[in-house]
Write a protein that binds this ligand. Structure first.
Ligand SMILES: NC(=O)c1ccc[n+]([C@@H]2O[C@H](COP(=O)([O-])OP(=O)(O)OC[C@H]3O[C@@H](n4cnc5c(N)ncnc54)[C@H](OP(=O)(O)O)[C@@H]3O)[C@@H](O)[C@H]2O)c1
Length: 266
């Protein structure tokens, strides 16, 4: 399927690493000019350079989206080269702390980083999209929004907030040519997830090669119909589809990329 993103400009927040980096690479491979974003300039530049080396077009924007000043800097850098047609709100942080350690301060800071960062970018980028009559706002949510686990309640709740605000935004953007949707990953194998699984493997009795540990962890921890963790490129593929004209009739939707981890029918 040709997604025909040539001529579109995309800002992928948190694309210095993980799901965001895979998404930036795929959007660029599909023809979009991509603004790679992160707080860490070296990592961010490395992703942009890899896109350019592969024949794509990429720029960078650096800033901490947990502050208004950081969001201003990122929006200004992204818009300096032209309008942004596709905003992927992906930046976020997670830990694995239990309820007893998740203080009110931890909840507030997590909400700021994981929810308000995206809101800041919507305020700065979606208005011009609306005026141009075409745009895509794609929010990365997560299965823990629907099926929260016992630990990291502050993080689970931020994913639910992301799902909720993205649907509200779709209603707000009615008739404008701008859509708002969610891609909701299950457990995806990024560096930090592999490190976490490796660190807790002995306690769970998951032994052997990484492939054997992944199979055992999948069965015990994130049972799904495919039998493995997802890959960043699989999340990126859903984002790329939603970013295209092929998805013009989809707004306010939540597309799960979780191997069937979430068991509800709706
Ligand atoms: N991996 C999964 O299994 C999974 C599942 C469901 C949902 N998600 C969501 O997917 C998104 C990406 O996760 P990931 O696993 O790819 O994580 P990751 O590898 O840790 O990447 C996180 C990205 O967000 C950026 N970031 C973090 N805090 C930021 C801040 N305050 N301001 C600006 N940028 C910030 C980081 O930039 P720098 O490091 O350059 O600062 C990095 O580029 C997150 O929002 C996460 O909640 C992940």
């Amino acid at each position: 399927m040709d997604l025909n993103l040539t001529g579109r400009r995309a800002l992928v927040t948190g694309s210095s690493n993980g799901l965001g980096a895979a998404t930036a690479r795929l959007l660029a491979a599909e023809g979009a000019t991509v603004v790679v974003h992160g707080r860490d300039a070296v990592r961010t530049r490395a992703v942009a350079d890899s896109i350019i080396a592969a024949g794509g077009t990429a720029h960078i924007a650096i800033g901490d989206l947990s502050t208004d000043e950081g969001a201003d800097a990122v929006a200004d850098a992204a818009l300096a080269g032209g309008p942004v047609d596709i905003l992927v709100n992906n930046a976020g942080a997670y830990d694995h702390i239990p309820w007893k350690d998740a203080t009110a301060g931890v909840w507030a800071e997590t909400y700021n980083v994981n929810v308000l960062s995206g809101v800041r970018m919507i305020h700065r980028i979606a208005g011009p999209m609306r005026r141009r009559g075409w745009g895509r706002v794609i929010t990365i949510g997560g299965g823990l929004a629907l099926q929260p686990m016992d630990a990291q309640p502050h993080y689970n709740a931020t994913l639910a907030a992301r799902h909720n605000l993205a649907v509200s935004l779709a209603r707000e953007l009615k008739g404008t040519g701008v859509t708002s949707n969610v891609v909701s990953p299950g457990a995806i194998l990024v560096d930090s997830v592999q490190e976490l699984v490796t660190s807790i493997a002995p306690a769970h009795g998951w032994t052997g090669t990484w492939a054997e540990i992944e199979a055992a962890a999948t069965e015990d921890w994130i049972p799904n119909d495919i039998g493995r963790f997802g890959r960043p490129e699989e999340v990126a593929a859903a984002v790329a589809y939603l970013a295209s004209d092929r998805a013009a009739y989809i707004s306010g939707a939540i597309i799960r990329v979780d191997g069937g981890l979430i068991r509800s029918a709706f």
